[in-house]
Design a protein around this ligand. Structure first.
Ligand code: SF4
Length: 249
């Protein structure tokens, strides 16, 4: 995960379609800081690690490749900010893995099954739980963070432009990282999520099941079905057809 962040911030991150173009680096170096510099780094790192995936580099699918920027962005930033040891980070990852297991068994982690809420939503929930654990929250607060995150991500459709895991996937990794942090902040303060975590997870599954197939990674709905999305899909398809014979020679 650390490697993916560094690669995304240092190497050229231009995808073959051209839709991804070094967004992480641009945010990292931007002269305007919206909140604190740490927030800028969080967003840049989440974008950068995810861009490595979109550019066919090596990432950790946590829980999926489409959501592979969220945990790296959050955890690298947490470790730097709070000077946490690698051993603590591993424990945080274990907490995150446990959260993923619960969601996987009771709802889904795949965009093709449950929409983007299942992918980036689950990764954000994993990250939120890990943050709470790392900052000394108790088990109830860990699961409150998961519940709050799911409440924030519920209903998000999977609509990748041209069927490529680039737009809106990359920017959703950044927003999911931000939501993970806000949910952890809320949970650590002892705010009650009202709807218990188990019921939030079941709602995630129920919403996922009810989504039409055009919102489940088929690239037939949402942003993929906009005029611009369709035009990009046509261009990518034509380019692939033109490139194929050359690749064979
Ligand atoms: S839009 Fe679909 S492909 Fe992209 S990150 Fe979300 S679930 Fe994955």
């Amino acid at each position: 995960m650390k490697e993916a962040v560094v690669t995304g911030l240092e190497a050229d991150m231009t995808s073959r379609s051209g839709m991804v173009s070094n967004g992480g680096k641009k945010v990292y170096r931007a002269p305007v800081t919206v909140l604190a510099p740490e927030f800028q780094k969080l967003i840049a790192r989440a974008l950068a690690a995810k861009e490595v995936n979109s550019c066919m580099g090596r990432i950790v699918a946590a829980p999926t490749a489409g959501a592979s920027g969220i945990l790296p962005g959050v955890l690298v930033t947490m470790q730097e900010l709070h000077r946490l040891a690698d051993r603590q980070m591993l424990e945080g990852l274990l907490v995150a893995a446990g959260i993923a297991l619960i969601i996987e068994q009771n709802a889904s982690l795949a965009g093709a099954v449950g929409g983007c809420q299942a992918e980036t939503g689950s990764a954000a929930a994993m990250a939120a739980g890990a943050i709470v654990y790392l900052l000394g929250g108790d088990v109830d607060q860990v699961f409150a963070a998961v519940a709050i995150t799911i409440q924030c991500m519920l209903g998000l459709v999977c609509d990748p432009v041209a069927g490529l895991v680039e737009v809106p996937c990359v920017v959703r990794n950044a927003s999911a990282a931000a939501i993970a942090c806000s949910s952890a902040q809320i949970a650590l303060a002892g705010v009650n999520p009202v709807i218990p975590v188990d019921e939030c997870v079941l709602a995630l599954g129920e919403v996922g099941q009810s989504l039409e197939s055009r919102y489940k990674e088929t690239a037939l709905g949402g942003l993929a079905a906009t005029p611009t999305g369709k035009a990009i899909a046509r261009k990518v398809l034509i380019r692939n057809i033109e490139v194929l014979p050359d690749e064979g020679t």
